[in-house]
Write a protein that binds this ligand. Structure first.
Ligand code: DOR
Ligand code: ZN
Length: 345
């Protein structure tokens, strides 16, 4: 049994850094493992333009350890007021790598999001023209739609048509959670992809609800039934290049998670790669980890693969109960759990 595992340095293709003081905690936690990250724009106010993305990028860089060579890949946040000119500007900026569609009200800081995904075809057209990927929070928000069905309904109601009308548009179904999402991606060509979080790979809704409510496993889109988890696992283990690593690490203060109305998001950055490695190891598929973590993402984004490497060692450790993130106490996802793989120093 191999005791070390060296792979090309991975990137995180979906991540929430937050802002201000918290960057002092979140940026080093990610930069310790990943060379690049697609940085979600759901701040208050949201990162809606190239100009705001550039300013946010500078704040992130100021928090990155000098030796890390870390590169944030910025994303603009689509609103009902976004114009094709905003997209042209973002594409020309050289620092923006995608545009995020949050249906209004779908999740944290999505109030300024798009009210009707069917009403912004002019923006999909601009994204296709400027070759900027569309990054989707693929859930409908209507109160009458069951929370467990929201991804499927989004695909049926909006995504099939967007895919068909804009064949050259690169689309990422972020944090895929259902068999329906997996099958949607598999049914299309290489311009359609999905990121996969550690929680949707390793857990299902029992981990959220059996034996008591587990607020630290609550995220959006919500964990689904086991059959959906199995579909995600099979897609990833098949080595299909359309499925790649995106942690969706999304820190919230401990008291905001452990509350009567707890926030959605799992702060997985402190243990992300060891957790993914554990999943692949449990399925005798460690040989598939490198492509998932380090090759498929840059290939999709048409960026060079990283040239340096990281090493994991087979040594068990326990994910800390708490971490300080810029003066705020957070509970990392899987706190207190023993993990058999560890990042080498
Ligand atoms: O669980 C989530 N947390 N899902 C999202 O879509 C947003 C994220 C956050 O920003 O906290
Ligand atoms: Zn996210």
């Amino acid at each position: 049994m191999s005791q070390t595992l060296t792979l090309t340095r991975p990137d995180d293709w979906h991540l929430h850094f937050r802002d201000g003081e918290q960057l002092r905690g979140t940026v080093p936690a990610t930069a310790a493992t990943f060379r690049r990250a697609i940085v979600m724009p759901n701040l208050t106010p949201p990162v809606t333009t190239a100009e705001r993305a550039l300013a946010y990028r500078q704040r992130i860089m100021a928090a990155a350890p000098a030796e890390a060579d870390f590169e944030p890949l910025m994303v603009i946040y689509l609103t009902d007021a976004t114009s094709p000119a905003d997209i042209a500007e973002a594409a020309a900026s050289g620092i923006v790598y995608g545009a995020k569609l949050y249906p209004a009200g779908a999740t944290t800081n999505s109030d300024s999001g798009v009210r009707d995904p069917a009403a912004i075809y002019h923006l999909y057209e601009a994204l296709e023209k400027h070759d900027l990927p569309l990054l989707l929070h693929g859930e409908v928000t209507e109160s009458e739609i069951d929370i467990f069905d929201r991804e499927k309904v989004f695909i049926d109601r909006y995504l099939n048509d967007i895919r068909e009308k804009f064949p050259a548009l690169r689309i990422v179904l972020e944090h895929v959670t259902t068999r329906d999402g997996i099958e949607f991606v598999q049914a299309h060509q290489r311009l359609t992809a999905a990121t996969v979080t550690p929680q949707h790979l390793m857990m299902n809704r029992n981990d959220l609800l059996v034996g008591g409510v587990r607020p630290h496993n609550y995220c959006l889109p919500i964990l689904k039934r086991r059959e959906h988890q199995l579909a995600i696992q099979q897609a990833v283990l098949s080595g299909d290049s359309r499925f790649f690593l995106g942690t969706d690490s999304a820190p919230h203060a401990q008291d905001k998670k452990e509350a009567a109305c707890g926030c959605a998001g799992c702060y997985s950055a402190p243990a992300a790669l060891p957790l993914y490695a554990t999943f692949f190891d449990q399925h005798n598929a460690l040989d598939k980890l490198e492509a998932f973590a380090s090759f498929f993402g840059p290939d999709f984004y048409r960026l060079p693969r990283n040239s340096d490497s990281v090493t994991l060692i087979r040594e068990s450790w326990i994910i800390p109960a708490h971490v300080d993130v810029g003066g705020v106490t957070m509970v990392p996802w899987q706190a207190g759990i023993e993990v058999p793989w560890k990042m080498a120093d």
